[in-house]
Design a binder for this molecule. Structure first.
Ligand code: ZN
Length: 240
């Protein structure tokens, strides 16, 4: 089975549409690692699409903050303002659906999905040091995660963790565990503004990382017209 792996869409309809078009017929099924809303200007469009098309979704911290969870108190000013703006805008159906999303890790076939880390849904895994700490919490050899908005993989063996660049295809090796980040669809932060995603073939055990150009100006215009903080628009062009 080939899985389209989406994460951190962040109410960016323009980026989501470009990713789905680019993925074409490369996948059989879609999964999502959370943060469908927050930051961007079209939370209902992205929620409607994921709710309709994605059978397995784990919740992200922004999905919680935008539906009234106290996690909003830990947010930066811009994230806080966007969450406050999103809450009253969500349709009742989307609000109920987002509120009911499960906390990761959630199993899919023989791999798992989480938002932050296997140990803590709100934790950022950005270094081999942090990845090595996750080794004992890994529920399976392959676990997908998001939250950092950084595309790439941490590979682990007992007492050892290393980083694998997303520029090459990842082939899962025996006796090795993997934390794989598909990158962010709607707000990449690795200085590449193109929308990021991954496709995982669970039979061949191969993950392919992809980037696609999208209508950044369109997403920025929507953010500005919504009256959201200017930084949330400008950062999209810089990929940070
Ligand atoms: Zn996010």
């Amino acid at each position: 089975m080939r899985f389209l792996i989406l994460s951190d869409i962040h109410a960016n309809r323009h980026a989501l549409e470009a990713v789905v078009a680019d993925a074409g017929v490369r996948y059989d099924r879609i999964v999502c690692l959370g943060d469908i809303v927050g930051y961007g200007a079209e939370p209902n469009a992205t929620s409607d699409w994921v709710r309709t098309n994605v059978p397995v979704v784990v919740r992200g911290n922004h999905d919680r903050a935008c539906t009234g969870d106290a996690v909003i108190e830990e947010f930066s000013d811009n994230a806080y303002q966007a969450a406050q703006w999103t809450l009253p805008l969500l349709t009742e159906e989307n609000c109920r659906w987002l509120t009911g999303l499960p906390r990761g890790p959630v199993p899919v076939e023989d791999f798992f999905l989480c938002h932050g880390s296997p140990a803590d849904e709100d934790e950022y895994v950005t270094s081999t040091y942090e990845a090595a700490f996750q080794y004992r919490y890994l529920p399976a050899e392959v676990c997908f995660f998001g939250h950092t908005h950084l595309q790439g993989t941490f590979a682990m063996r007992p007492g050892k963790a290393w980083y694998l660049d997303p520029s090459s295809v990842l082939a899962v090796e025996p006796d090795t565990a993997y934390l794989i980040n598909p990158g962010s669809v709607g707000q990449p932060r690795d200085h590449d503004p193109r929308a990021a995603y991954a496709v995982y073939d669970s039979d061949a055990r191969i993950a392919e990382f992809r980037r696609v150009k999208y209508d950044i100006a369109g997403a920025q215009k929507a953010i500005r017209e919504a009256g959201l903080p200017e930084y949330l628009a400008s950062r999209l062009a810089q990929g940070r």
